[in-house]
Design a protein around this ligand. Sequence first.
Ligand SMILES: [Zn+2]
Length: 244
Amino acid sequence: MDEVRTYWLPSDWAEAIQQKMLSSTQGNKAFHLWAVEVESLNVLLRGSEFHLTEDHLRFHLESHMHPDLTAEYRLTGTRREKQFRAWLDLVRLLDEKRIHDAAKIDAALRKKPFQPSRSANTTASSSKVPDGRACTRPPALTVEERQLLCDNSGCFKCRRLFQNHTTHNCPNDFPDAKNYKALTAADVEAARKKRAKPVAAVVEEEPAAKRARITEVDDDMDTIAVVMPSAALGDGTDSGEDTD
Ligand SMILES: [Zn+2]
């Protein structure tokens, strides 16, 4: 070993290695891996004036460990352990606990930001839909869109106007999120015109009995239009109620 040092290492190598040792910190490593690293550097210095004693090594490890580990270390009686190896082992155990706790906190934090967006997109009728599909839903209704739907017998789910169904019994899918454009008054006018023509034509040709039935349906629609806002809001659509 002495020969290798003489031949291959620059003359100030010992000082450089000691510098490297004394400037190292635990960082995000596990304590025992870092301690092994520091110790193996110290082994290279054996026999030189730069070799650190166990006390010195311990002092370095103590003062450059992970801040969270320092906090734990101060709370426990670990520093009272005089024997270096036993001390290393106690600190290793403390550090393993720190890593375990940090992983738990990390997992909890990762979970949280997920929930609001999931619940915002989830309705009672589609809570079984996998997350992947839920993400393709259109954005939540704006106040204006809600008002237009309320005023024009619209459905909060499929967002079509002049429907005789509500969010509860909507037979349609959500609108395609990719091509979704927020509803405007112009859409209401277009839907009104579209609806007026075919219905008028059909009524013209229908026998009296059927016409009567259509009129009934129309009456129902008016009722639904009045009932709908509170019913749809109570459903939890877009209001954050999670059935999971
Ligand atoms: Zn609908």
